[in-house]
Design a protein around this ligand. Structure first.
Ligand code: G
Ligand code: G
Ligand code: MN
Ligand code: NA
Length: 250
């Protein structure tokens, strides 16, 4: 199949939708945020994973169109559920979106057009996106931050940024990549690494989200070592909006 060609029309054809995965505050168990994750229902091939189509879109300018569609949809949907659903919306930005000169206007526009307060939008960027050109990334992140939104570093630990570099950026949240969480309770080494990341993140003023939490043991340990938030299948997989709303979020 020609993924790129089909993807080019997918947004207009209503094949792209957003799944939401809750992020819980460890001290209270409350859902304080949801991460919007793009889904593609292809008419012939069924569900195509973003792991497959995001890289294709990222190779061309398509990612900017799809990213814009995602952001408008998610801010619209989560904004419309206020005040009943009082959560922060997290959305992923790809490296190429960070380079898009239209990004600031897009984010500003979606905030104007939706009922989501700026303070309840958090954009996630990867180390890779930042490290390609740290000076340019800092400029973009600072301009986004001026809109009143918050910013997260995603998949932390998989790239080559250091906390010394992150300290200079206007970040609010650090998300520890799930590869550090998977073997957590068993590995003493990982316990020390994750614990150190949390301590250092706190030292530079970042709150910490552990990704890929799949067991109660991981959750308990993360709470014990001072992690702020957790996300993962143990709490909930990414779900459609209606399921999120009927799940009785606490
Ligand atoms: O949801 P899932 O685990 O299948 O996502 C696979 C990858 O696709 C993850 O790295 C995730 O960050 C990425 N992804 C999902 N939705 C979006 C999106 O809206 N924008 C970008 N840039 N990446 C996304
Ligand atoms: O790159 P990013 O962190 O944005 O990707 C998030 C992806 O991780 C989502 O697509 C989601 O499907 C996936 N994910 C979320 N929770 C878990 C989990 O507990 N285990 C695994 N294996 N994947 C998860
Ligand atoms: Mn993410
Ligand atoms: Na991540």
């Amino acid at each position: 199949m020609d993924l790129e060609q089909d993807l080019r029309h997918a947004a207009r054809l209503d094949q792209l939708w957003v799944a939401y995965q809750p992020v819980a505050e460890l001290s209270t168990g409350r859902t304080v945020a949801v991460e919007g994750l793009l889904r593609w229902q292809h008419p012939v091939h069924g569900a195509v994973s973003p792991g497959e189509f995001i890289p294709v879109a990222e190779e061309t300018d398509l990612i900017n169109r799809i990213g814009a569609h995602m952001l408008r949809t998610a801010t619209g949907q989560i904004g419309a559920e206020r005040p009943g659903l009082d959560v922060v919306l997290n959305a992923n930005l790809s490296p190429r979106q960070l380079d898009d000169p239209g990004l600031h206007a897009l984010v500003q526009g979606t905030l104007t057009d939706s009922a989501l307060p700026a303070g309840d939008l958090c954009l996630e960027v990867t180390e890779e996106a930042i490290m390609r050109d740290p000076t340019a990334a800092a400029r973009v992140l600072n301009s986004l931050r001026e809109l009143g939104i918050s910013l997260a570093i995603d998949d932390f630990g998989t790239g080559y940024s250091s906390l010394a570099q992150l300290r200079r950026l206007p970040l609010d949240i650090l998300k520890i990549d799930r590869s550090f969480i998977t073997d957590l309770p068993e590995s003493g080494e990982l316990r020390v690494i994750v614990s150190s990341i949390i301590t250092m993140a706190h030292a530079i003023g970042l709150a910490v989200v552990a990704e890929g939490v799949e067991t109660a043991q991981q959750l308990d340990l993360l709470r014990d070592i001072g992690c702020d938030h957790a996300q993962g299948y143990y709490l909930s997989k990414p779900v459609p909006l209606d399921e999120l709303l009927t799940s009785g979020l606490t």
